[in-house]
Design a protein around this ligand. Structure first.
Ligand SMILES: O=P(O)(O)OC[C@H]1O[C@H](OP(=O)(O)OP(=O)(O)O)[C@H](O)[C@@H]1O
Ligand SMILES: Nc1ncnc2[nH]cnc12
Length: 277
């Protein structure tokens, strides 16, 4: 039987690399969720693989999505080749992920592979998850909205609270489709009416979030939407703002989770639903 490494290597050879006319050497390996390959350019690599995967008790066939996380010349390697490290995203690693409800849902793999990762933006060391490439992919963008709508359409949610800026992209289509109002959670001094505000810390700095007084009523049920959860500080502030005015936060929904930053832990008992990590 082929090993996981062999399967990945085979798929990589058959996938984007061939189209990109890259040369793959046979020096790849699978270790700590990283695949290392060598290619002659720094061309961005984003592809989707399907391979055998063993969980503790069962053997399942989830999609494995691969995106480039860094590139550089490997010491001691052939001079014309560069070493590219790519991270395998495994969409079944969390119970609160879309893929874990239906491991055969091919939409998740398409969404994951449509997200571009930009190293060292906006600061060195940050692997920026760029959802603008997802917005260019009409199928992946629609699949993203559909997955959220399918989950929330019968949950009696009257408020979709979207977080500036990228929660403003995903929140409104979800709100329209489930028949809820959209409430923007904005950066300071942007909203013209009376506001309540909460401060919060970020992966790279601090910020403040504001919401219009009167936008929601006590007793309403809200979904909080953003593109991404990193440290969880932003979602935590949104939850605090809504709960201050006695709105029930039913769930938080993000396209992407960066699990290594443990943002979930800052949400207390609030459920978090994500599509990819
Ligand atoms: O989980 P956290 O550590 O709080 O980080 C997540 C937040 O960071 C990003 O927004 P950012 O603050 O960069 O603002 P922007 O969307 O206006 O650029 C992202 O869109 C989330 O809102
Ligand atoms: N790594 C990241 N990519 C995109 N947005 C972010 N917000 C906080 N961390 C981020």
């Amino acid at each position: 039987m082929e090993s996981l490494t062999q399967k990945i290597a085979l798929k990589l050879t058959k996938a984007n690399f061939v189209q990109e006319k890259l040369t793959i050497t046979n020096k790849y390996y699978h270790k700590d969720n990283l695949v290392q390959i060598k290619s002659p350019t720094n061309t961005t690599i984003t592809t989707t693989l399907t391979t055998t995967h063993h969980t503790r008790n069962t053997r399942v066939f989830p999609p494995i999505c691969v995106s480039k996380i860094s590139a550089g010349t490997g010491a001691g390697e052939e001079s014309e080749l560069k070493t590219t490290r790519i991270r395998i995203r495994d969409p079944v690693s969390s119970t609160d992920m879309a893929a874990s409800h239906d491991v055969k849902d091919a939409r998740i793999a398409g969404i994951s592979s449509a997200i571009r990762v930009i190293p060292d933006f906006p600061k060195p060391g940050i692997m920026f998850q760029d959802i603008t490439t997802l917005l260019l992919d009409t199928k992946a963008f629609k699949d993203t909205i559909d997955l959220f709508v399918e989950r929330y359409k019968d949950k009696n949610i009257s408020v979709v609270a979207g977080i500036e800026a990228r929660g403003f992209i995903f929140g409104p289509p979800i709100a329209l489709a489930i028949g809820a109002k959209f409430v923007p959670m904005r950066k300071p001094k942007k909203l013209p009416g009376e506001v309540i505000s909460e401060e919060y810390s970020l992966e790279y700095g601090t910020d403040k979030m504001e919401m219009h007084v009167g936008a929601v009523e006590a007793g309403e049920r809200a979904l909080v939407v953003d593109d991404l959860i990193a440290t969880g500080g932003t979602l935590n502030a949104a939850i605090r703002l809504l709960e201050r005015v006695e709105v029930e936060v039913v769930e938080c929904a993000c396209v992407i989770e960066l699990p290594e930053l443990k943002g979930r832990e800052r949400l207390g008992d609030k459920p978090l639903f994500v599509l990819v990590n």
